[in-house]
Design a binder for this molecule. Structure first.
Ligand SMILES: Nc1ncnc2c1ncn2[C@@H]1O[C@H](COP(=O)(O)OP(=O)(O)O)[C@@H](O)[C@H]1O
Ligand SMILES: [Mg+2]
Length: 598
């Protein structure tokens, strides 16, 4: 659906909106036509009543055509009702079109989020991305609902009213138009101040909330030390600030309509005076009817002009949001090269798959290398441990094997597949990953295992749960696999979360498993449960375990010792134990009861 691409940040924000309108033309074409029709009708209906008034006064009443007055009165009523109906249609159409364009925009942003490299997320705070998706998108919504389209209609109204005025009397029209800049300046002045006062109110409310939050978070201390009175006194400051800002806003709010009314009255008075004085002067006779129609038109001019000042402000605010969205959409996406699929040609032997890592270098920032010339040769179905101190680069290496980042140099191959270029939907079938810390999503146990992948069957979920030894725990729950976990639901212990993470990793039966510090911070008993689970799933799988201590290594065929982004020693545990070097130092320290991470 969303096919509009943003090429660079410098492009004008409105071009995105125009493109969106163009893209939705086939779907919403009829709605655009209807909208244009309602805008035109609204303008014309706005002009009808004053013109009828002129006719009633100048023609019908003058000539005593009472019947005609009735008919004119009927038209007058019909025009007012028609205006309401078209105003309703306009609001509805604007909202409908706006929401449809928003869907496109949101989809486009979601698509973009999926394409952005992990690096983008490393350097962008989560809150910022959230505000692109929520408040900035909302501001684009206001751009439609109360900015661009209504602004266009109001402009048409002003133009139509000015035309009608011109037809009645060019001179009076000119004088009235002079008042428009005054109206705009005054309206702008008030809008700005009202907005400022509203910001002050928001700030004051924020202060009150912060105060209350602090109070209730520390309520035990407050009570214990009997500090209630002090807090009550302190509470008065934000409350007074709040009152003051509301007062401020109220003054502007109530003055605004009065000032506008006064300006309107001045313009009407001036028109009546000048009209009476200059009748016959510029060729068109200013009759009583014309004057009455003119006064009516002046009143009608006021609201679209006022609305225009509001719309102008809305558009300005929305443009700031839109600009941020365009900037976000302009963020460079990942160029992966040719995407690889796990097709029938992909072969898993009896023993599993091999993982070859050849001379890779990598860093999060271009000038700082975290991994330097790392090479690993892992044969089919082998269990490998990577051991090193915290900060050595183990997790980074694992992220590369998992295909989350692209190495600066070198290559990774899992039986011929480059994990970075592997199609996203195939990744779980090749690689299972248990990250250093498990994230539990709001949802059921099943959803947390499948990650809402509908292709995974209930049998597969149960098989995975059984494999990691969670089935008894789940079976004992009243809702079984439908039990909700997370903030809203039941809480899992650390060990259970880790087992769940493991079930999530093995549910697609991948031949490669990556485990990042799976037992760190666990007591010996829980660690044993996890180790047993690993042994159960280890069969015919290539497993790479990361640990910062040797005791976290499970049955490794091969151990790689990593320090400062380099592999400094490698071999079977027996071989390493016999060598002088990192491994024996690690072992000695651990035997002494040292923990290198403390
Ligand atoms: N997302 C990241 N952005 C920037 N630097 C990172 C990021 N993750 C890790 N690093 C840095 O990379 C180095 C290695 O980290 P990591 O691979 O997590 O080590 P380990 O897992 O061995 O403790 C550290 O110096 C760390 O500060
Ligand atoms: Mg780590």
């Amino acid at each position: 659906m969303a096919t509009w691409q943003v090429r660079n940040e410098k492009q004008h924000p409105l071009s995105v909106v125009l493109k969106a309108m163009k893209n939705t033309r086939s779907r919403l074409g009829l709605f655009y036509v209807l909208l244009a029709f309602t805008a035109l009708s609204l303008t014309l209906l706005e002009l009808l009543p004053p013109m009828l008034l002129k006719r009633i006064l100048d023609v019908n009443l003058k000539n005593g055509q009472i019947e005609q007055v009735w008919i004119a009165a009927f038209y007058y009523l019909a025009a007012s009702m028609g205006s309401s109906i078209f105003a309703f249609a306009q609001t509805y159409l604007t909202t409908y079109i706006g929401q449809n364009i928003l869907i496109d925009l949101r989809l486009l942003m979601a698509e973009h989020i999926a394409k952005l490299p992990m690096n983008y997320y490393n350097r962008t705070p989560v809150g910022e991305i959230m505000s692109y998706m929520s408040s900035d998108v909302d501001s684009v919504n206001t751009l439609f609902s109360s900015g661009l389209i209504s602004g266009f209609t109001d402009m048409m109204k002003v133009f139509g009213i000015a035309m009608a005025m011109y037809v009645i009397s060019p001179r009076l029209c000119f004088i009235t138009l002079l008042s428009i800049p005054v109206l705009l300046i005054v309206a702008n002045y008030f809008r700005k101040n009202i907005l400022k006062a509203q910001m002050e109110i928001r700030k004051a409310v924020g202060k009150i909330n912060t105060y209350l939050q602090e109070l209730f978070n520390g309520i035990r201390i407050v009570k214990f030390y009997a500090k209630e009175d002090e807090y009550e006194k302190k509470f008065q400051t934000p409350l007074r600030e709040h009152l003051k800002s509301i007062d401020h806003a109220a003054v502007f709010d109530s003055y605004f309509p009065c000032v506008m009314q006064t300006i309107k009255a001045i313009v009407i008075a001036a028109i009546v005076l000048l009209g009476a004085k200059t009748s016959d002067y510029d060729g068109t006779t200013v009759t009583i009817g014309s004057l009455a129609a003119f006064a009516d038109l002046v009143s009608r001019l006021l609201s679209p002009v006022e609305a225009l000042s509001q719309e102008f402000q809305t558009i300005q605010q929305a443009m700031a949001g839109l600009r941020r969205i365009v900037g976000f959409l302009g963020e460079e996406v990942e160029e992966k090269g040719k995407i690889q699929r796990l097709d029938n040609k992909f072969f898993v032997s009896e023993q599993g798959v091999s993982v070859t890592i050849r001379d890779i270098s990598f860093g999060y920032a271009p000038d700082k290398l975290i991994l330097k010339d790392v090479s690993l040769d892992i044969h089919e179905g082998k269990k490998v441990a990577i051991v090193g101190r915290t900060g050595a680069g183990k997790t980074s290496l694992m992220n590369l094997i998992a295909g989350l980042y692209k190495p600066h140099a070198g290559a990774i191959s899992i039986s011929g597949i480059d994990p970075y270029r592997l199609h996203a939907t195939d990744r779980r079938k090749l690689i299972g990953i248990v990250p250093q810390s498990t994230h539990i999503f709001e949802g059921t146990l099943r959803e947390n295992i499948t990650l809402r992948d509908d292709r995974i069957t209930q049998e597969e979920v149960e098989k995975a749960a059984k494999l990691v030894g969670l089935q008894d725990f789940i079976a004992a729950l009243p809702d079984g696999y439908d039990t909700v976990i997370g903030v809203q639901g039941i809480k899992l212990s650390f060990g259970q979360s880790q087992l769940l993470s493991l079930a999530r990793a093995v549910v697609c039966d991948p031949p490669v498993l990556l485990l990042d510090e799976p037992t760190s911070g666990m007591d010996a008993l829980t660690e044993k449960v996890i180790f047993d689970a690993f042994r159960a799933i280890g069969n015919k799988r290539t497993i790479i375990t990361i640990s910062h201590r040797l005791s976290g290594v499970i049955d490794a065929d091969e151990v790689y010792i990593m320090a400062a982004g380099k592999i400094v020693q490698s071999g079977s545990p027996d071989k390493l134990a016999g060598e002088k070097g990192w491994y024996s130092v690690f072992k000695q320290l651990e035997d002494l009861g040292w923990r290198l991470d403390v």
